[in-house]
Design a protein around this ligand. Sequence first.
Ligand code: MRU
Length: 345
Amino acid sequence: METLTTTSLQVRDNQLWILDQQALPQQKIWHPAHTVDELIDHIHTLRVRGAPLIGLSASLLLALLAEQGQEKQQLEAAWQLLRQARPTAVNLMNNLGRMRHALDRDDYVHALRIEALRLVDEDRRLCDAIAGHGARLVKPGSRLLTHCNTGGLATAGVGTAIGVIRVAHQQGNVRQVWVGETRPLLQGGRLTAWEMGELGIPYRLVTDSMAASLMAAGEVDAVWVGADRIAANGDVANKIGTYSLAVLAHYHQLPFYVAAPHTTHDADCPDGASIPIEQRAGSEVTGVAGSFGSCRWAPPGAKVYNPAFDVTPAALVTGWVFDTGVVSQAQVAAGILRRPLSGLR
Ligand code: MRU
């Protein structure tokens, strides 16, 4: 396969490499993801993370394994394992669904390569389209609050919610971004803060619990987040803490936008209650660990509840910004998300 580079993925010498998103921003470490076990470990540990990126990395690895001569049976087993690597973000299942069609063909080595490269290229274009649609909703002088990380690190392109913020900033309409740190794994405090700095977008980092008082003080004009799965009724699964922000935005009468590619939409999933929510290790909550060091503060034996995502009911979403355009409450009520969205090809 030809050399390929995104912010956090590389294909070189016919091998996949991933930028360690757990080590950022303290260290920029590229790890090999040459085998299914290696990639799944990177996904479990969130070295590879973000809904679109998980699907793209799995698709690229499958194509590379085929090129390296793995038998069809081995590729089918790899496909199965990769599909189960993380349960909530549907991009993984959607992308691998496309790869499955390629795998079923006689010329599967060629077809897998073409499909994986097409997915990466499409994701870049989906991000651009989302950013274009979303930026039109950002009013001049906006102070935007975002959660988790939805930028170039999490996609092959400019990102989803961060892509919108980036283009709106280029258009001169962003006064400041409030970056929620996103406990427990600090995707906001580490990754979004880093991306804002790289992009030269003025930002201030806040802990998740500061959002309410910021809104009450009139310091936030809109909330922009990404998504891991959007159900047929418009309910949105995204990083834990998103639902709290939606409730707060509703109370303070602020717009709450969800930006995502159509590959995050799941027409077969009726509602948020049907979205599988990943539960993660308690050690992420009893302390912190990373390239900045580690520390445990909870008493020995402390019991933990640690869902990685929550579900925001459709009623709290002002608009769903897809690559296909902005979907309104009225369109969702009329059932637009009950069938697949026809995205860019
Ligand atoms: O657990 P993570 O870091 O993979 O969670 C990521 C999110 O929740 C993002 O908001 C979502 O995947 C969209 S990324 C464009």
